[in-house]
Design a binder for this molecule. Structure first.
Ligand code: KG4
Length: 336
């Protein structure tokens, strides 16, 4: 089954041609340079660029795959969650395309597709597993009992891990997107020099909180500048990264132990973080847990992962009609 997948939930216009888990093409048009000027994504600019780029991106995905529109058996699209104006561009394009080709339209949840990025190149990976999904807008631990069956075990009570990295990086004077640049310049952590808090969440042992850490970094930088003291940015960056990873890793391992899961999967933009990948790998090895994380090129937003998840959504009967709408917020365990 050949699926043409479309992704436009944030600042990447992407299209891919996918056959089950096999990626025939994956095209990503990123707007990162444009949003860099503003230090973050400007939603209206993102929507306008999607409008301008989507036809060419889809055309290129077909060309790269060596296919034509008549070869396509279904059209898949990210419909939630994300920036509403950005999502609407992809959803409307996909609806028109599915209608004109007379093929099914498959709606895909953005976080489900991030998880599916792990199925690419990992033939043996299949549910059940526990997944830590960490991106710019979400940080959740999910029990994945089947390809379309998700249960949220823990989540952030405030900011996402990516948001914490991005805002702290901006205060450090690092260019957008902050998370990746903070990861690049981070040296050795020093929690004595920079005693950042260890946030605790009342009520659920698997939930996260990142806003206190973000505020602590911003306040530390402002206070130092008022006193005329220099901040060692590479050390502060490493200290923040360590604190964020401590929370992500310990909650995920606790949940895996409690649920008796033998496989852990990382997903989302922050799963590209070098410390998260390295420490999670060594902790999982110690416990005999199998760990998967996506190839770096599939950690950020792309349409290949949308196409892969779409195959499983289609198999479970999740097919949309011409009433499909975009949704800014939707839990991963939504039911149709
Ligand atoms: O999944 P994604 O591409 O978009 C969303 O759906 O949010 O995630 C983007 C987030 C941004 O916050 C970005 O700074 C962060 O992922 N990110 C990283 C790294 N690479 C990307 N955060 C920490 N370390 C990285 N290496």
């Amino acid at each position: 089954m050949l699926i043409l997948a479309i992704e436009s939930s944030c600042d990447e216009t992407a299209a891919a041609v996918v056959e089950e888990r096999k990626i025939l093409s994956s095209v990503i048009n990123t707007q990162v340079e444009e949003h860099k000027k503003y230090g973050g994504v400007v939603p209206e600019v993102a929507s306008r660029r999607h409008c301008e780029n989507i036809s060419q991106v889809v055309k290129k995905a077909l060309e790269d795959a060596g296919k034509t529109y008549s070869d396509i058996n279904a059209v898949a699209v990210t419909f939630a969650p994300g920036l509403i104006g950005a999502l609407l561009v992809g959803v409307n394009f996909a609806k028109g395309l599915a209608l004109s080709l007379n093929v099914p339209l498959i709606p895909v949840h953005h976080l489900r597709s991030h998880i599916a990025a792990n199925y690419i190149d990992n033939e043996e990976l299949k549910p059940p597993f526990l997944c830590l999904t960490v991106s710019g807008g979400n940080s959740i631990i999910t029990d994945v009992s089947d390809y379309t069956d998700f249960k949220v075990i823990g989540q952030t009570r405030d900011d996402a891990a990516g948001e914490c990295f991005d805002k702290a990086a901006r205060a450090m004077g690092l260019p957008y997107p902050g998370g990746i640049n903070l990861d690049k310049i981070a040296k050795t952590a020093d929690t004595v020099k920079y005693p950042l808090p260890r946030p605790k969440v009342e009520g659920s042992e698997y939930d996260f909180s990142f806003s206190g850490l973000k505020t602590a970094v911003i306040n530390l930088i402002h206070n130092s500048s008022q006193k005329g003291e220099e901040v060692d940015i590479p050390v502060l960056a490493a200290t923040l990264r360590q604190r964020v990873c401590d929370m992500l890793i310990s909650n995920t391992l606790k949940a895996a132990e409690e649920l008796d899961r033998e496989t852990i999967v990382l997903a989302g933009g922050v799963s590209a973080n070098s410390e998260l990948r390295a420490r999670m790998k060594s902790e999982c090895e110690k416990r005999g847990i199998k760990l998967y994380y996506p190839e770096l090129k599939y950690c950020g937003d792309n349409a290949a992962m949308v196409g892969v998840q779409a195959f499983y959504e289609y198999r479970s009967g999740n097919i949309a009609d011409s009433k499909l709408n975009a949704t800014a917020k939707l839990p991963i365990d939504y039911r149709k």
